[in-house]
Design a protein around this ligand. Structure first.
Ligand SMILES: NC(=O)c1ccc[n+]([C@@H]2O[C@H](COP(=O)([O-])OP(=O)(O)OC[C@H]3O[C@@H](n4cnc5c(N)ncnc54)[C@H](OP(=O)(O)O)[C@@H]3O)[C@@H](O)[C@H]2O)c1
Length: 315
């Protein structure tokens, strides 16, 4: 059975990918900083967990030993300071270490999950370093690299709809920075399917794919839709440039940084599909927010809708 190493496999996308690989020919080796971070995967029979510091060349190479492919899901949205060092380490330096480890172990197949709108000259540390990591990997033309660039990803366990739902449940009003920011939200199951397609189809190597869902939404529309699903009426206050910056400044000091200056800079770039081929080229039909989100976020309003439908059907 072929073995795939998944860096960052303990996270949101990693969990869905591991589940999607059950029953496939692939066995999975998840590399994690702490075994406990991958607790949700412990019982999956096709998944092994390996503790490793992926920034250490020797440990990373040991983690890739015997693998036929590697998927890199490691990414951070925030760093301790705001000087780009944390982002460079997690994205660019890791890409360089990963290329070296692939060469040392003879692993040629590499699938990188980047981000839509990532570019070496993007205005945020996040998008810029993701773009620079793409450059590092494209330059490794002795490896078979596929780069996938999703927009914001939704699905059970996401930190997008679930985060807004948490805020909307608590607060009577929501001041919203970057309310006009545009996204093409993409279902996590479809991103997992794209990764598996890339693993299985050698024709995808050397290519980059933009992964966006079927619709473009503004952040304001997403928050309104979430409130509707929860059945709550809230005052949504779109913030202008100066107030958005103030909110980002203040959130820098909140434990866990729920929002940051860098996040605000990222919101300034539309996260919509661009020049690269997308799901069409992978023969995958992406699912919509309306088809998926009510099932895991549906609140009173959604239950009422089902009750009405049931009553209508006299059941
Ligand atoms: N979720 C989205 O909306 C979205 C959108 C576009 C692109 N992406 C990209 O898709 C990938 C997966 O996203 P995700 O939402 O699944 O992320 P996630 O839930 O935050 O998981 C990322 C994993 O990376 C590991 N990690 C984090 N910081 C690290 C560090 N400094 N050094 C080493 N490992 C570190 C963690 O694993 P351990 O703690 O186990 O070591 C973590 O479980 C990321 O590259 C992300 O940038 C995500």
């Amino acid at each position: 059975m072929p073995l795939v190493a998944v860096l960052g496999g303990s996270g949101f996308l990693g969990g869905h990918l591991a589940a999607a690989l059950a029953g496939s020919p692939w066995r999975v080796r998840v590399l994690t900083r702490r075994r406990g971070h991958a607790q949700s995967l412990w019982l999956l029979p096709h998944v092994d967990i390996l503790e490793a510091d992926v920034h250490d060349p020797g440990q990373l190479a040991a983690g890739l030993e015997g693998c036929g492919a590697v998927v890199n899901l490691i990414g951070i949205l925030n760093e301790r300071r705001d000087d780009g060092r944390g982002f460079r380490r997690a994205h660019v330096e890791l890409a360089t270490t990963l290329v070296a480890a692939c060469r040392a172990t003879g692993v040629r197949r590499l699938v990188q999950v980047s981000s839509l709108a990532a570019a070496p000259d993007a205005p945020s540390h996040y998008l810029r370093t993701k773009g620079q990591a793409e450059q590092v990997l494209r330059a490794a033309d002795d490896l078979d690299v596929t780069i996938l660039r999703p927009s914001v990803v939704f699905g059970p366990g996401d930190s997008f709809f679930n985060r807004f739902a948490g805020l909307l449940r608590l607060a009577p009003a929501l001041p919203l920075a970057g309310a006009d920011a545009r996204f093409q939200p993409v279902y996590v199951g479809d991103v997992a399917a794209a990764i598996i397609r890339a693993l299985d189809d050698p024709a995808t190597s050397g290519h980059t794919y933009d992964l966006g869902g079927p619709e473009t939404w503004t952040l304001r529309e997403i928050v309104d839709y979430t409130a509707g699903l929860l059945g709550v009426t809230r005052l949504i206050l779109p913030l202008g440039g100066a107030l958005s910056r103030l909110q980002a400044e203040l959130c820098e000091f909140v434990p866990g940084k729920p929002f940051s200056r860098d996040n605000l800079r990222s919101l300034g770039v539309p996260s919509v599909c661009g020049a690269h081929p997308g799901f069409d080229a992978l023969d995958i039909t992406p699912r919509s927010i309306r088809a998926i989100v009510p099932a895991y976020l549906g609140g009173r309003a959604e239950r009422r809708r089902y009750d009405d439908l049931r009553r209508g059907a006299r059941r």
